[in-house]
Design a protein around this ligand. Structure first.
Ligand SMILES: C[S@@+](CC[C@H](N)C(=O)[O-])C[C@H]1O[C@@H](n2cnc3c(N)ncnc32)[C@H](O)[C@@H]1O
Length: 220
């Protein structure tokens, strides 16, 4: 699943035709509980699920799956050059790092020539709106151009959650400057069947403004 709209890889085929996933080495970044790796393994691919959070990987372990789980920072990948055919990430790692080019350059390094990276993030336009599912989430409340990160702190002042904003242009430049060719930028529309509300995502907002941006990149 690429995002809350419900677009899944069966429908999107952004990693390529499903029959070509068999036997492919795939790196999932910011895997969380490794839902994507589990699906990839079921297609016959050979996924590796990577996340910086040990706790998330414990959930992955509990749910199960016959593929490796790796606890590491996406900006310092513990793999040899040219180890993977594909890399993917659904809302993983990239929105949470101050230097996304570090991550993208690392992914490029571990991909084989011709390899593909597909990653989804919150659509940058959402930064300008309140994170509310109802009508209050439809009026601009901040600047789209303000790159000051969103930070939540605990009572001692330590940052416990940080999200970094990049404009759409920033993201395109990050991809290109890191040595990838951008071949598609998918903005899934909210489908009629999806009546779920989740955080700031809802049928109301989804029918008016995009919620997810999916970047399809090739390492030439
Ligand atoms: C919003 S969750 C997405 C999880 C999963 N991809 C999914 O679709 O449910 C973001 C994940 O990125 C991970 N993450 C954040 N920063 C990271 C980093 N620098 N390196 C690796 N993983 C990171 C978090 O631990 C978290 O599991």
């Amino acid at each position: 699943m690429w995002g809350p709209e419900g677009l899944d890889e069966v429908e999107a085929e952004l990693l390529g035709p499903p029959e070509e996933l068999k036997g492919r080495d795939v790196l999932e970044l910011g895997a969380g509980a490794a839902q994507c790796s589990r699906w990839l393994a079921a297609q016959g691919a050979r996924p590796v699920a990577l996340d910086i959070s040990h706790r998330q990987l414990q959930h992955a372990l509990r749910i199960g799956g016959a593929f490796p789980l790796v606890c590491a920072d996406a900006g310092a990948l513990p793999f040899a050059d040219a180890s993977f055919d594909l890399a993917c990430s659904a809302y993983g790692a990239l929105p949470f790092v101050a230097d996304p080019r570090l991550v993208l350059r690392e992914v490029r390094r571990v991909l084989r020539p011709g390899g593909r990276l597909v990653f989804s993030v919150t659509h940058p336009i959402r930064w300008a709106f309140p994170d509310e599912p109802g009508p209050e989430g439809l009026s601009v409340s901040g600047s789209y151009f303000d790159r000051t990160p969103y930070v939540e702190q605990d009572e001692t002042g330590h940052a416990v959650y940080v999200e970094h904003h990049r404009t759409l242009g920033d993201r395109v430049r990050d991809v290109v400057a890191s040595g990838f060719r951008l071949v598609d930028l998918v903005e899934p529309e909210w489908p009629a069947w999806n009546t779920a509300e989740w955080g700031g995502w809802s049928p109301l907002r989804g029918s008016l403004i995009p919620g997810t941006a999916i970047f399809v990149c090739v390492r030439d």
